[in-house]
Design a protein around this ligand. Structure first.
Ligand code: MV4
Length: 596
């Protein structure tokens, strides 16, 4: 076994890995960017090294510097977590060459699965069912047209070969839409993966996203830990995951069938460690098709840990060290139901725009069968530079309905001051009939009115907004001897002194400023940028009349396109932005005045 491992990541997954290392008696080495000097993962590790500047390229993607730190620290292996270098075959190869163990599959498996066309070809040869379509790149629109007419038909999905997770994915419902879909997917492939190659798949109407967790060691043992259902996605980002799938979606027979598909897929690339085979389950025919394999531990691995009792991260480390998996397929037992909610610093009411910021008070839920994997804590900060995830909240209970109630209870306990998060969105979603039915909730996730209705008042910890604002004051009130905690939202009292006794402490508290997480500018005319980035597109002109929720501009940040929508209806009085310009969080995107 290793004695020291470097964790090439940050946030909750770095901490998750460090915990597993400590339990195995392995020393941990953290790495960090200049922005992460005080981050939790740095404090939690046995030693820590600065990688470089704030951008991912200068720090968590800086292979040369990471190789230096490996030498300096004497680490014998590297755990990449997810994201950053986790699926970078060149990085895995560089470590192999340096005699350092990459905790993950061989570089050849990463490479085989990295190209989606190559993965489809290998899976087809291995007898794994793939979504009908091409396994070879399609050179141009004309060729695509011929293949679709002869074999696939419409609607058709055009996907980037370098893609995955929905990047470079376009749909052509009819022949008319093909050219745009083809060019769009190719452009996105070029932008994200430096590879314009695309391929075609039959477009399945309203499928479920069902994936299989696999584990493999170097002794030929390959097992699966059942499925996760991740059908609740927004712009291809998973927001809620569960294990197993709702019982009426996947039964024992289907579980065995798709589990075997996962095992066959892993075997076909000589997989080692923890991996996930993603697939689509046709809601019409019950057919299951391989979509892609993620050659790393995933964000949502925790729900499987809860239902199987297997520590997936630990098994991955043991496998990389040349050990045997601690269990056989027949030892795998699924019990009960687990749900995970991603607690992102995002504003569901504003198109899920990233809402980075400083956290004030912070209190995590606890109690039976509640797990919180978090990357930040009290007085921490969610930086616009990285993924906006604050934490993952995972609960377990004997069945889906009870797990849902437990999740709602845990969400109610969660207190994150100063940050707009998906907590109110999750609370609302888990109380819908759609969730109860096990629906994929696509319509809800696009329903602007419904999303708006989930917004909650949040207390701003630190704000330089200067307009007159309402404040929130907490009072303790006793009515007929019964105690009530009362929140009063309104203008600050004359004289500006507020006495709060909310938590029984009795002392005077500074009045807190609040903002409705749904909009910007506290009801003013100014639409501020919720994030730092580059103006990609301006969708309206100055003087235009806009509806509330209409897209004003698209801001690109971390390669993601974020739609900035009008916070109110009116006339665009000012529009001080143009494509290519960089904006900071809080900068004015537009001033929208009421139409007279
Ligand atoms: C598809 C599809 C329909 N047909 N492929 C790809 C990435 C993943 N995030 C979702 N992807 C899809 N690929 C074909 N051939 C539909 C989706 C899809 C989806 C699938 C299951 C559950 C939710 C989804 C949300 C958006 C897109």
């Amino acid at each position: 076994m290793f004695s020291k491992v470097l964790v090439a990541n940050r946030g909750e997954i770095a901490i998750r890995v460090i915990r597993a290392l400590e339990e195995l008696g392995i020393a941990s080495v953290a790495v960090y960017s200049e922005l992460d000097r005080d981050a939790l993962h740095v404090q939690r590790a046995d030693e820590a090294y600065l990688l470089g500047g704030p951008t991912a390229a200068e720090s968590y993607l800086n292979v040369d510097r990471i190789l230096e730190v490996i030498k300096e620290s004497g680490a014998e292996a590297v755990h990449p977590g997810y994201g950053f270098l986790a699926e970078n075959a060149a990085f895995a190869k560089a470590l192999e060459d340096a005699g350092v163990t990459f905790i993950g599959p061989p570089a050849s498996a990463i490479e085989a699965m990295g190209s989606k066309t190559s993965a489809r070809e290998i899976m087809k040869a291995a007898g794994v069912p793939i979504v009908p379509g091409t396994t070879e790149p399609v050179p141009d629109v004309e060729t695509a047209r011929k293949i679709i007419d002869a074999e696939i038909g419409y609607p058709v999905a055009v996907k980037a070969a370098g893609g995955g997770g929905g990047k470079g994915f376009r749909v052509a419902l009819t022949a008319d839409e093909l050219q745009e879909a083809f060019e769009g997917a190719s452009r996105e492939g070029e932008k994200f993966f430096s590879d314009p190659t695309v391929y075609l798949e039959r477009y399945l109407p309203n499928p479920r996203h069902v994936e299989v967790q696999v584990l493999a060691d170097t002794h030929g043992n390959v097992i699966h830990l059942g499925e996760r259902d991740c059908s609740i996605q927004r712009r291809h980002q998973k927001v809620i995951e569960e294990s197993p799938a709702p019982p009426w979606v996947v039964d024992e027979e289907m579980r065995a069938r798709i589990g075997q598909i996962g095992v066959d897929a892993a075997k076909a690339v000589d997989y080692v460690g923890a991996g996930t085979v993603e697939g689509l389950l046709s809601s019409e025919t019950g057919e299951y098709f391989f979509l892609e394999m993620n050659t790393r531990v995933q964000v949502e691995h925790c729900v499987t840990e809860m239902t199987t009792g297997v520590d997936i991260v630990r098994e991955g480390i043991i496998a990389a060290a040349g050990g045997e998996l601690s269990l056989k397929q027949e030892d795998v037992e699924l019990r009960g139901h687990a749900i995970e909610c991603r607690i992102n610093a995002e504003n569901a009411a504003a198109n899920f725009a990233p809402a980075p910021g400083k956290i004030g008070k912070y209190k995590e839920p606890a109690g039976p069968f509640v797990r919180v994997d978090s990357g930040v804590g009290e007085n921490g900060e969610v930086s616009p530079m990285y993924d906006p995830m604050v934490s993952k909240l995972i609960v377990w209970d004997v069945d889906r309905e009870k797990a849902t109630r437990r999740m709602l209870r845990a969400l109610n306990e969660y207190e994150i001051e100063g940050l707009t998060t998906l907590i109110p969105f999750h609370k609302a979603l888990l109380q819908t009939e759609e969730w109860a039915k096990g629906d994929t909730c696509h319509a809800l996730l696009e329903d602007k009115e419904w999303l708006k209705s989930t917004a909650e008042v949040v207390e701003v910890v630190e704000s330089d907004e200067d307009e007159a604002e309402k404040i929130t004051q907490d009072y303790l009130v006793e009515v007929g001897g019964r105690r009530f905690d009362v929140k009063v939202v309104g203008p600050p009292p004359a004289g500006g002194v507020a006495i709060a006794a909310g938590n029984g402490a009795g002392g005077a508290k500074k009045p807190k400023r609040e903002r409705k997480s749904g909009g910007g500018g506290g009801g003013g005319d100014t639409l501020p940028s919720p994030l730092q980035g580059t103006v990609f597109k301006v969708n309206v002109e100055a003087g235009a009349t806009v509806e509330e929720g209409q897209i004003i501009a698209i801001i690109e940040a971390m390669k993601m396109e974020n739609e900035i929508t009008a916070h109110k209806a009116g006339v665009v009085a000012e529009l001080p932005i143009e494509p290519g310009q960089s904006v900071s969080a809080g900068d004015t995107i537009a001033v929208i005045k009421n139409a007279e």
